[in-house]
Design a protein around this ligand. Sequence first.
Ligand code: TGC
Ligand code: FAD
Length: 392
Amino acid sequence: MTVNPFIAPDYFFVDELLTDEHKIIRSSIRDWVNRSVKPVIEEANQKHEFPLHLIKEMGELGIFGPYIPVEYGGAGLDQISYGIIMAELERGDSGIRSAASVQSSLVMYPIFTFGSEEQRKKFLPLLAKGEIVGAFGLTEPDHGSDPANMETKIKDNGDFYLLNGTKMWITNSSIADIAVVWAKDEQGIIRGLIVEKGMEGFTAPEILGKWSLRASVTGELVFDNVKVPKGNLLPNIKGLKGPLKCLNSARYGIAWGALGAAMDCYDAALRYSKERIQFNKPIAAFQLTQKKLAEMLTEVTKAQLLAWRLGTLKNKDKATPAQISMLKRNNVKMALDVARESRQILGAMGITGDYPIMRHLMNLESVITYEGTHDIHLLITGMDITGENAFY
Ligand code: TGC
Ligand code: FAD
């Protein structure tokens, strides 16, 4: 077995800000990623297949719903632990982190926060163990950045709700056993429902031919007169703030996740630059290579500190949605830039699957779009600091 040579950059001793528990969690997820993700992920991407067997392993490791209380199957950990887990997963691949983000923040979080006690007890332990897979349906073919205009509808039919509409670009779609779906009721109020695989009229076709997140399932959720039992409505939330609260949690995790991808690229580029000889010198000795590496490390370090700080605010329930937007936007763009610069340092080798960089680069092109695009997050910050809404 080859030993993964990854050395995490920590220029400002951010490790000193972590507890022993944080470090133990990081070490166990890092070992698992080295052992179980790294050896299979390149081929999974080349084949455009999600390595489904990893779901059970992630469940056994406590990766799903780490901040959900233990009584519901979660691990009862803090927000920094959640972030660290996401960073380690995305060091493996954004697709693996995506599966975990959706399961934890977009499926377990709403069931825990907005669900009935019965729903919590029925679904959360199974989701935590990876015995069932979840999906989150907000985006539609005609409504991505503007979910308030969604067209998916529920109609009260006495014993059940009749659900009609289509959700698009949904992570885990065709492998999901349940989906948390957002739809408008007859008064135009957005409600959340748990739709279960096998309900008549519910299909989930996969979207193929992606150049990004190839080791992640993305697809549609199609509802054609699906009869959803009334007990599957999330009773404790109404309005767009429901899905947006879920997104706060997922966006925070993504901001940490992007750090993992960036650190993996930086580490690979640094090592390569010391080994690759051109003009009788390692390319690390050229000023232009050093400029790239020094700037990458500076940006990674800033992103690490921001992520840690937001985690501490989140632990105190003081993180604002606008702060989360700023972090998601900053860290994902940082990771994309680091991946691009790293790829250049590797020259032609940078485009091959022998190194993780091109795969991270392609994945991050999705990460910068989902969970709110780069520009939408800029507008959220703009509105927060000026009080002016520039969306409409
Ligand atoms: P707006 O009028 O501003 O807000 C409606 C209500 O929601 C409240 N609110 C929030 N609450 C909690 N957290 C937030 N982040 C919130 N943002 C807004 C707001 O206070 C209001 O509450 P109330 O009580 O007055 O009703 O809504 P808007 O229609 O103007 O839209 C705002 C905008 C554009 C920022 C929002 O729609 C948005 O964020 N759009 C981006 C959509 C998006 O991010 N979609 C992600 C889909 S899921 C996904 O991509 C998963 S990928 C997973 C993976 O694989 O990892
Ligand atoms: P659009 O909203 O059509 O935006 C197109 C462009 O217009 C963007 O550059 C955008 O920034 C810009 N734009 C839009 N409005 C404005 C404005 N007011 N001002 C300035 N510029 C604007 N969704 C889910 O619900 N669940 C999932 O699990 C999920 N998983 C995904 C997985 C993948 C791989 C991908 C790619 C997407 C996923 N999404 C999911 C959907 C994702 O959230 C949307 O793609 C995203 O919100 C953007 O929507 P859109 O693609 O329709 O782009």
